[in-house]
Design a binder for this molecule. Structure first.
Ligand code: SF4
Length: 221
């Protein structure tokens, strides 16, 4: 079955503390205007599971983890058996998810298939549809509480485009996480200027108040 749009053979940056590969799943159930990967979101899968698993078999002992990214991996209909196959080869799995499929997340957690999860917190509910068409803050919290309950290692992250969200809204989101019992880092990754995006966003001219943000969140550039 065709599973992946592409794969990145090696990364030391995307799976905390271990060498990994990234599997890029085609398609997404959201349309975030700042999305850097329009070709993956709008594209289709070229690489089948057998090819991806053969790649992993050859890298046993060299790589330790697989990052399921995209696009949105939880949309892939054969994700559960695919994860079992990856685990059977001895790899750890990290899921990068937009949090909109708590049902799939629950199944993966119930079967102990995930070692790390990066959960997107797109925006406060008042801004969700403007920034990420199809998004639901309710589903974000459902996914969040599942991760809290299962005590899996995870992080919450937000992409910050200064024309779409302001510092007060980011602080409001950090506060909401705190109120929900989240004590880990809340990562805010700054929008990369000069790249093609799904919403054809222009570069922002607004000056970001880094000093203020750093009091509440962990910034990633
Ligand atoms: S940024 Fe948004 S549209 Fe792009 S892959 Fe992530 S969830 Fe999908």
């Amino acid at each position: 079955m065709k599973a992946l749009y592409d794969l990145t053979p090696f990364t030391l940056l995307d799976f905390p503390n271990i060498p990994a590969t990234i599997f890029w799943f085609a398609g997404c159930n959201l349309r975030c205007s700042y999305c850097y990967n329009p070709e993956i979101v709008l594209g289709s899968a070229h690489i089948d599971e057998e090819t991806a698993l053969a790649f992993l078999t050859k890298r046993i002992g060299l790589l330790e983890g697989v990052v399921l990214s995209g696009g949105e991996a939880t949309l892939y209909p054969n994700l559960l058996p695919f994860c079992h196959s990856i685990k059977a080869l001895g790899y750890k799995i990290k899921l990068d998810t937009n949090a909109m499929r708590p049902d799939v997340l629950q199944t993966l957690l119930n079967e102990s298939l995930l070692d790390y999860v990066a959960l997107d917190y797109k925006a406060p509910s008042s801004e969700m549809s403007r920034i990420c068409a199809g998004g639901s803050e309710y589903r974000f919290w459902e996914s969040f509480y599942l991760l809290q309950k299962h005590a899996v290692d995870f992080e919450v992250r937000t992409t910050f485009h200064p024309d779409l969200l302001n510092e007060s809204q980011i602080i409001m989101m950090a506060d909401a996480l705190l109120q929900a019992g989240y004590t880990r880092s809340f990562y805010v990754q700054l929008f990369r200027e000069g790249v093609e995006t799904l919403g054809n966003l222009p570069s922002s001219k607004r000056i970001i108040d880094y000093v203020l943000l750093k009091r509440y969140v962990t910034l990633r550039t």
